[in-house]
Design a protein around this ligand. Structure first.
Ligand SMILES: [Zn+2]
Length: 473
């Protein structure tokens, strides 16, 4: 006969951290599992139908809930909660639920939060292995805590909206539009939408509660008509739609690259092999640094530019464009400068920017909105990298609803589930960034002649500092 080696343990209640219970016994079983038997110290049971106090009605069946591991041992709480009976509700019985577990839950809330915390920047498969729990069980916990779309009640201010698209599968399949908000350094996921059709984006914008719309300071996107038109149709003119400067730069640099390739092909034929070889270092500067070459590079570039005046002129023009972006112009001045730039291109008879100029004309208002507050969607690019990692982690098996939850968990999980720890890296907006946001916000309001809203906005935003703390409990 096998002799049980189960050992009695002494675990103080304060260490257990569960309210309204006393420990009856604790054992470490032969299998290395810790089982802590507890008893409720709370007498009252409230009817789950009418909420009124019930008469005592014995105890319910034994419940076994997974709790946080102790020194690496899987730990369970066992309890027979008191039961009550309600005479007003036809003798309906209710099992007592304490603050630290849900009705019929297999885990304590502490353990559920631990599971969610483990999911931050991780995968279902990994957490499933580490915790020895099925994927489905973990997903169920995620579903219980994390909504699959934005909870507007939890968002006090939206700030700068960023819109961008990615495809969930390789190639361009399953395209989704990601909408995020940024206040200071804090980024929030607002929506993951199927496709990039105007109607879908518009429907989402319309779903933003009127009060929250007033906290939007701008909308940043690329030159996508679906995005721009959706925003234009829903929001009034006080909310600028900004075509991101880096998307604009990408476009004029593309014209530059095209010309460079043409010119180099021409020179390869026109020049002797030796002459062409001597241009190698100049070529590599242009390939590496685009138009942003340093002053010291100019001498090295001169021989190449000598052979191709067109290339020289085009690079100079691109530099000028970048410098317009880099100087602190007002929107009006910027429009004038950009017009001047287009004139210069025409004078110099440079054709490589033709299609870029068409785009510039078409989106001029949105492009120059950048100069109002110099907002960019740099944060969207940062978020995109995160999304790519999530996508890779999920091996492409992910639906839109889960994708939203996972982005949310990665962005906010540490703040929500890391107890007693200050997260500063990408955490709650700092006081300084909040103040900066408020000033900018008020500036907008004044321009839109709505100063009355300002004081409200102040109160509103400051009451929202702790928004994320409210998420649980
Ligand atoms: Zn009742």
């Amino acid at each position: 006969m096998e002799i049980s080696t189960a050992q009695e343990l002494v675990i103080p209640e304060s260490l257990l951290g569960l309210e309204d219970v006393k420990i009856l016994s604790s054992v470490l079983t032969d299998e290395g599992i810790i089982i802590i038997r507890v008893q409720s110290t709370k007498q009252e049971v409230c009817c789950r139908r009418c909420g009124k106090l019930c008469e005592p009605h014995g105890e319910s069946a034994r419940m076994k809930m997974r709790h946080l591991s102790i020194l690496g041992h899987e730990t369970y709480i066992e309890m027979r909660p008191p039961r009550g009976i309600c005479k007003k509700c036809n003798d309906k019985t209710t099992t007592q639920t304490l603050s630290w577990h849900g009705h019929n839950s297999r885990y304590t809330k502490f353990y559920e939060k631990h599971m969610l915390l483990s999911m931050v920047n991780s995968t279902l498969a990994d957490v499933s292995i580490r915790e020895d729990i099925s994927d489905t069980a973990i997903q169920n916990v995620i579903d219980r805590y994390i909504k699959s779309d934005v909870d507007w009640k939890k968002i006090k201010c939206i700030g700068l909206i960023g819109i961008d698209g990615i495809s969930l599968k390789k190639g361009h399949q399953d395209y989704v539009t990601i909408i995020s908000g940024k206040v200071g350094r804090h980024i929030t996921i607002l929506a993951v939408l199927k496709g990039k059709e105007k109607a879908t984006i518009k429907a989402f914008f319309e779903s933003i509660p009127k009060k929250k719309r007033k906290t939007i300071i701008g909308i940043c996107c690329d030159m996508c008509d679906g995005y721009i038109n959706a925003a234009k149709e829903v929001f009034d003119k006080s909310i600028p739609i900004i075509v991101d400067r880096f998307h604009v730069a990408k476009l004029y640099r593309k014209s530059l690259v095209k010309l460079r390739k043409q010119e180099l092909a021409r020179l390869r034929k026109a020049l002797s092999e030796e002459e062409y070889k001597s241009l190698k270092s100049a070529i590599s500067i242009l390939v590496k640094k685009q138009e942003l070459y340093a002053k010291g590079d100019r001498e090295k570039l001169e021989p190449l530019f000598k052979h191709s005046p067109a290339l020289k002129a085009a690079y100079k023009l691109a530099c000028q464009l970048t410098s317009i972006y880099n100087s602190k112009h007002q929107k009006k001045t910027a429009i004038r400068k950009l017009d001047g730039w287009v004139e210069m291109v025409k004078e110099k008879e440079i054709t490589c920017f033709d299609s870029f100029i068409n785009t510039l004309r078409k989106y001029q208002d949105y492009i120059t909105n950048y100069f109002i507050d110099r907002n960019t969607s740099g944060f969207v690019e940062g978020l995109n990298n995160k999304l790519k990692v999530i996508k890779r982690r999920c091996y492409g098996i992910i639906n839109i609803k889960n994708f939203f939850q996972r982005i949310f968990l990665d962005l906010e999980g540490y703040q929500l589930f890391l107890k007693n720890q200050q997260v500063t890296a990408s955490g709650i907006p700092s006081f300084k960034s909040l103040l900066r946001y408020l000033l900018r916000f008020c500036f907008h309001q004044l321009k839109g002649k709505r100063p009355l809203v300002i004081s409200l906005a102040f109160l509103y935003t400051f009451s929202g500092v702790d928004q994320n703390r409210l998420f649980l409990d």
